[in-house]
Design a binder for this molecule. Structure first.
Ligand code: HEC
Length: 133
């Protein structure tokens, strides 16, 4: 029997240990619809799983790295909009934050696929993930 996406997201939300399962379902639906989950998982590779690097960093790893970093909410939202690689009209040096830990070379710009307010909502949710799990 095929399970619906929302049933899968509810099951996933319940295993995440997040404050509100309703909010998790809404945010994960948004993340799915905007294509984030094609490259990102919420949790890293379970131990014993094949050693294939993920395309992008797991979101709980983002929470571990950035939760207590000042201004992370703004800088990560901006990074989603611009992408992690410089765009043709920008001269900023390309600086990878997850080199060697992920398969993806860079994150593409999401300027045409997600409004900034939604990117900010996803970042707030990512940064609120429980990092003690
Ligand atoms: C095509 C694959 C891909 C998609 C789609 C994608 N990402 Fe990423 N993302 C990456 C990769 C690869 C990195 C690591 C880049 C690096 O090494 O600096 C990354 C990094 C990030 C970071 C951390 C940036 C940093 O400076 O450490 C955040 C936050 C993030 N992604 C959120 C999102 C959100 C939210 C979405 C959906 C709107 C999304 N990503 C969609 C591949 C992707």
């Amino acid at each position: 029997m095929k399970r619906s996406l929302s049933a899968c997201l509810v099951a996933l939300a319940c295993t995440l240990g997040v404050a509100s399962a309703d909010d998790a379902v809404a945010v994960l639906t948004l993340a799915h619809d905007r294509g984030c989950l094609a490259c990102h998982a919420i949790d890293g590779r379970p131990s014993g799983a094949p050693a294939v690097l993920p395309v992008g960093p797991a979101w709980r790893d983002l929470a571990r790295r950035y939760k207590s970093v000042k201004g992370a909410q703004q800088t990560l939202t901006a990074k989603i909009m611009t992408g992690s690689s410089p765009e043709p009209d920008r001269s900023t040096a390309y600086e990878r934050h997850w080199g060697g830990q992920v398969r993806g070379e860079f994150m593409p710009s999401h300027r045409t696929t997600i409004p900034e307010v939604e990117a900010a909502r996803l970042v707030a949710w990512i940064l609120a993930l429980d990092i003690d799990r």
